[in-house]
Ligand binder design. Structure first.
Ligand code: MG
Length: 236
């Protein structure tokens, strides 16, 4: 039996959040910096929440030093507003996700975790509303780094602390909806599984050579087969 550490992205992979997320970020930045920058039309896909705040404000002419000075207040304001305002109806769980997580959680060789660009508390809130937070005892989040590619080793360390054993690259799978997620798997030399339920098509994702690619997670059994597949990974 092969053990597997399975690290899931949140947005576009497990669920979708309505326009509330953009509105809340815009309002938080307006409150803290007096401008929402380019929040209204910015591409958030696969990006770290912290990096998004820098990008949208730099687009409005703020310099990095000004942004850094009030960054912590902005992060806290965004999280507070997000938790106050986001309701269950703002979250759509993607097709097959609940069944997939249910099924994976019954397999003793599988350890689930998160690898996400979300701040931890707002990310956890997104998962709590549709009742899937309990599947993920640990994760790597936006607070841990400014670059997503720095998250994989952090997630692997947290998995080791949680389980008491270390997962090798061959035992790790990273699942997400963007090229950034596939790139994270490459950092570790781990297997990636891409899913076209976010803003990227099958064709766009295929160009980045994921280990496996799905239109969505409706075919739970096939997804689990790919998760347990050790092909294209390094020998352990
Ligand atoms: Mg995503």
């Amino acid at each position: 039996m092969h053990r597997k550490l399975v690290l899931f992205d949140i947005d576009g992979t497990l669920l979708k959040v309505g326009s509330i997320n953009r509105r809340v970020l815009g309002d938080a930045l307006l409150e803290v910096y007096g401008t929402e920058g380019s929040t209204g039309q910015h591409d958030f896909s696969g990006k770290m929440d912290g990096a998004i705040i820098y990008e949208v404000l730099e687009n409005a002419g703020l310099d990095r030093r000004e942004i850094t000075e009030r960054f912590e207040r902005a992060r806290e304001t965004y999280i507070t507003l997000f938790r106050e305002r986001t309701k269950p109806s703002d979250i759509t769980l993607l097709e097959g996700v609940r069944e997939l997580l249910d099924e994976l959680s019954t397999l003793p060789e599988i350890q689930l975790g998160l690898l996400t660009g979300n701040f931890e508390q707002s990310g956890r809130h997104k998962l709590r509303l549709p009742g899937i937070d309990h599947y993920f005892p640990f994760g790597a989040f936006a607070e841990d780094a400014l670059l997503r590619t720095e998250l994989p080793p952090i997630a692997v360390d947290r998995a080791a602390r949680h389980t008491g054993t270390r997962f090798s690259a061959a035992e790790t799978v990273i699942i997400g909806d963007t090229a950034h997620d596939i790139g994270c798997a490459r950092v570790l030399d781990a297997r990636s599984i891409a899913v076209a339920t976010g803003n990227f098509s099958m064709q766009e994702l295929a160009a980045h050579n994921p280990g496996a690619l799905f239109e969505n997670f409706a075919a739970t059994g096939e997804v689990i087969t790919e998760i347990l597949n050790t092909q294209s990974s390094l020998p352990s």
